[in-house]
Write a protein that binds this ligand. Structure first.
Ligand code: GLU
Length: 505
């Protein structure tokens, strides 16, 4: 057991949480719970231009729906709060100043026009412009490394726009460790001097993220692979501040169903399956994006499915509830290579968890989806659900599989009718009615015993009875056991349906 585990999920509220974000939250949650640690939610909203209203609530609702709520975060156990970076604005400047004072960062006054010029100029020469050791002190760039102390101060006093950049060292090799990827070696010469702070008073992601992880005593940073390129900078920032760095684990990418390319937010609409946990209405366009919840998935299926996107227990077992996931989860068993998103697999999980749901609860959901069920006894619906759910993946499948328990067939499937209704069928069904009428104790067992007994003692072909009987009761050659159906709808209704079939034949 690792001690004092504190992990965080740190989404930026720039839109609804995508399925990859839920996977990151889940792995953080599992790791925290496994080690009796704390799962923190921090909202990284320093980029006000990309802020989308409603997303914070969406994120919290999505975590709650998946049964992976945060222990500490906005509005909950706020001992390291506030947990929204926009409310922590006052904290970051002092840390940027500290890096300036120690020589690990510097002021840069280059305007965006100047930077654009350098970029274009490089492009024309077939090169890429990188702001770092190889040009920062050559005099073409305007920063506090080339300006005198007085010149720099004069610019700051005049209120000129500036950024504070990290001074990435020349000719050094960084040795980084990732719990999933192992040792990573980085040549600092390829790194650019990332912006940490801007004159509008806002830190960038990099500075705010490191300062907050430190102040919130985060022990393990578990996040998506897309943040791996930032690791070198983050690691250097910890060194520059003289802080112990947390452990890092970068989760593998989630790939499109084809296995080629990263699954994107837009793939949902294109490929016809949700990529969001909950439905989302875009506040600007009012466009609706589908959600797993509204599409009828159980949170247990979602969690089980997501856990296997990049992790596996190393055994054949695939079905894991949350408790079992917590026990089995291990960062060492997380893969480096991308995990293919298979929308059929989550259906498979949903089918499994459908079987585990309580019939009465399913019946309630089923009833509220169908007005024609509103007057039907809930216990009867629950019994029906119990008989058919093994064929269902979603609650929305239930009606199609069970309507004949609630209403007589209005027509008979044409193909089935040709197959099942023959010349002698009408006589056979008349005798079935007589047998049914004679059954006093109308149970599945007696129905089975008496009808099967009559068939064998008269040496009739089984299909000649059972097929038209099923068609009479259901209207098609589908559904669960015929005797179950007869028992459920009762003696009178059974006879009525057989009579109707004889009439229309
Ligand atoms: N705010 C970043 C995001 O949106 C957090 C990345 C990290 O976990 O460091 O994913």
């Amino acid at each position: 057991m690792i001690k004092n585990v504190r992990v965080r999920f740190a989404p930026s509220p720039t839109g609804p949480l995508h399925i990859g974000g839920v996977r990151t939250a889940l792995f953080n949650y599992l790791f925290a719970k496994k080690h009796n640690g704390t799962f923190v939610l921090r909202i990284e909203d320093t980029d006000q231009n990309r802020y989308v209203p409603g997303t914070e609530n969406y994120i919290i609702e999505a975590l709650n729906w998946c049964h992976i709520p945060y222990d500490e975060g906005p509005g909950k156990n706020e001992k390291f709060g506030p947990y929204r970076q926009s409310e922590r604005k006052h904290i970051y400047k002092a840390y940027a100043d500290k890096l300036i004072a120690s020589g690990d960062a510097y002021y840069a006054f280059d305007t965006s026009e100047q930077l654009d010029f350098h970029r274009k100029d490089h492009e024309e020469k077939g090169k890429t412009f990188i702001y770092n050791w190889h040009n920062r002190e050559k005099g073409r760039l305007v920063n506090s490394l080339v300006l005198s102390k007085e010149e720099t101060q004069a610019k700051l006093d005049a209120g000129e726009d500036y950024v504070i950049r990290f001074k990435s060292p020349q000719d050094e090799t960084l040795h980084l460790t990732d719990l999933i990827r192992g040792q990573i070696t980085i040549d600092t010469n390829i790194l650019d001097d990332k912006v940490l702070f801007k004159s509008d008073g806002m830190p960038t992601y990099h500075l705010a993220n490191i300062v907050d992880d430190h102040l919130m005593e985060i022990s393990h940073v578990i996040r998506g692979e897309e943040w791996l390129p930032s690791l070198a900078l983050h690691y250097q920032l910890y060194q520059a501040f003289g802080w112990d760095a947390p452990e890092f684990a970068h989760l593998p990418l989630i790939l499109k169903p084809t296995g080629k390319g990263k699954l994107s937010k837009r793939d949902g609409d294109k490929l016809g399956f949700p990529v969001f946990p909950l439905e989302w209405e875009d506040p600007k366009t009012n466009a609706i994006s589908k959600g797993y919840k509204e599409d009828g998935y159980f949170p247990e299926a979602m969690i089980n499915f997501l856990a296997f996107l990049g992790w596996n227990p190393g055994t054949e077992q695939e079905i894991f509830n949350l408790e079992e996931l917590i026990n089995a989860f291990d960062l060492e068993k997380v893969n480096k290579s991308g995990a293919r998103f298979d929308p059929d697999k989550i259906k498979w999980f949903n089918h499994h968890y459908m079987q585990e749901q309580n019939d009465l609860e399913l019946a309630e959901a089923f009833q509220s989806n169908h007005t024609s069920l509103s007057d039907i006894d809930i216990h009867y619906i629950a019994m029906v659900v119990g008989l058919i759910k093994e064929r269902a993946t979603f609650i929305s499948d239930l009606w199609e599989l069970s309507f004949f328990f609630f209403q007589a067939p209005r027509s008979y499937d044409e193909k089935a009718r040709k197959k099942a209704f023959k010349e002698d069928t009408s006589d056979i069904l008349k005798t079935v009615i007589a047998v049914v009428e004679s059954i006093e104790d109308f149970t599945v067992e007696s129905l089975q015993k008496d009808i099967k007994g009559w068939i064998t003692s008269n040496d009739i072909n089984f299909g000649k009875v059972m097929m038209p009987l099923r068609l009479a009761l259901v209207g098609a050659l589908q559904g669960p056991d015929v005797f179950d159906i007869m028992y459920m709808i009762g003696k009178m209704e059974t006879i009525k349906r057989i009579e109707n079939a004889i009439k229309t034949m």
